[in-house]
Ligand binder design. Structure first.
Ligand SMILES: Cc1ncc(COP(=O)(O)O)c(C=O)c1O
Length: 434
């Protein structure tokens, strides 16, 4: 006969064992989730808005000169932002503009990309990269990405033709592209390199800020980027000729103090003091923001590194990446799908590299529709021979379908990163047998 004390102890032990089992069991299969509320990320820059941005905006309001040229260069928010941005990115020149798309547009004008030219860019990137090539009248030529999610240097050279003018190295999702190899190819073929650092503002490669390596670089400072004024962008370069062209293009060619040989360059109109002021305040917080997000990402990497068979996204320079997401690779799309469902049930959701946007994959653009129906480039024999659509880049589509990541935030607490580690450690081995 079991006495009451023995019975109660046995019951408590059984309950504890069952609680342990429930904690070990995937939430998807009825176990307890790692956390009770979903781990979510918010746009980074706006979480750091405070009196500094407010003061910049008040200065502009009180000055009653929100037009950049109504202020002397020593007072103009845009001019001060440009000086500090060039210093941070270790380039001679920086130009503030109203968006990353505007920055790309100005860079195309600077590089003299035009009808008949070809620009090689990664098959997975943001639409603006493709759109601005097309707006210039040139032809985009897609190269495959590799497991860094950036352009695969091995897939560039065979796409170079006598028409190729520029290689666009887009540093996607916080991860620097393999610039040593890209620059070597560009030098060999005498091509220009445009770095698009929009998704990696503040990241570096071999100790140098992204944007300082190619001939010219652009950044989006839109709301989902490292720092932001809602919309915003920048162009940087060390080349005075490219700078002058970009500068003139961003402001209807007005500025008079260039030692110009350019004559009239018909430009557009892409900047104002409100944007400049907020970007200036945000730029001064850039290193705080990236220090915090990198610290959180490192904690998660360190907490999962020993998992058997772990397949991380490849990182050409792990020290330089931002740590935007902790991306793991799977053998099949189905395996990744199961990982996604199981992580969601643990309340640590993951995103595919392409995020939640439905069609962010540029190869989805198959129709080649433009604002000008009689577009010469795509109708040229060369334009007709370039393959667009999904068949131009099967490897890119395969990679995008097999990776998923826990997105990081600079504002995560230790408990948040601990939950990310716990969920990955719980789910990954269950999905990917060692
Ligand atoms: C890689 C890349 N390039 C360019 C852009 C365009 O920037 P914006 O939205 O500021 O025009 C983006 C925006 O998401 C981007 O991700």
């Amino acid at each position: 006969m079991v006495d009451r004390r023995t019975f109660l102890a046995a019951t408590a032990a059984a309950a504890a064992a069952s609680a342990d089992a429930s904690a070990d069991q995937l939430a998807l299969n009825g176990g307890s989730p790692v956390r009770m509320q979903p781990l979510t990320t918010k746009n980074w820059g706006p979480q750091y808005y405070d009196d500094k941005e407010r003061q910049q905006l008040e200065d502009v309001l009180e000055g009653r000169n929100p037009f950049r040229w109504s202020n002397p260069l020593t007072k103009s928010k845009v001019a001060i932002f440009e000086n500090e941005y060039a210093a941070r990115m270790q380039t001679k020149y920086a130009l503030g503009v109203t968006s990353g798309t505007a920055a790309l547009h100005a860079a195309m004008a600077a590089l003299e990309v035009g009808p008949g030219d070809e620009v090689i860019l990664p098959a997975w990137t943001w639409y603006s990269c493709y759109n601005t090539v097309v707006q210039a009248g040139a032809l985009p030529v897609f190269a495959e990405i590799d497991q860094s999610f950036n352009i695969d240097p091995d897939d560039i050279e065979h796409r170079i033709t006598p028409h190729t003018k520029v290689i666009m190295a887009v540093h996607l999702q916080g991860n620097p592209a393999d610039m040593d190899r890209i620059l070597a190819i560009a030098r060999k073929h005498r091509l220009k390199v445009l770095e698009d650092c929009s998704q990696s503002v503040g990241a570096s490669y071999n100790g140098r800020p992204l944007g300082s390596l190619g001939d010219i670089a652009i950044y989006s400072l839109q709301q989902s980027k490292t720092i932001t004024a809602g919309e915003g962008g920048a162009v940087v370069t060390n080349d005075p000729y490219l700078y002058e062209r970009a500068f003139r293009f961003h402001d209807v060619t007005m500025r008079k103090d260039f030692p110009s040989k350019l004559g009239f360059l018909p430009g557009l109109n892409y900047m104002n003091e409100f944007t400049g002021g907020v970007l200036l305040a945000q730029l001064r917080k850039l290193d705080t923001i990236i220090g915090a997000v990198r610290g959180n990402a490192r904690r998660v990497y360190d907490g999962i590194r020993d998992l058997p068979g772990l397949h991380l996204r490849s990182l050409p320079d792990p020290k330089g990446e931002l740590g935007t997401g902790i991306f793991l690779g799977f053998k099949t799309k189905e395996e990744r799908q199961r990982y996604g469902e199981a992580m969601k049930a643990e309340n640590v959701p993951v995103a595919s590299p392409a995020g939640s946007v439905v069609l962010p994959v540029v190869p989805e653009i198959e129709n080649k529709v433009t604002v000008t129906p009689g577009w010469p480039s795509f109708n040229s024999p060369r334009g007709k021979s370039i393959r667009y659509g999904r068949e131009c880049c099967p490897r890119t589509i395969d990679i995008l379908g097999r990776f998923a990541g826990v997105m990081m935030s600079p504002k995560f607490t230790e408990s948040d990163t601990g939950d990310a580690i716990a969920a990955i450690r719980k789910v990954y081995p269950a999905i990917v047998p060692a």
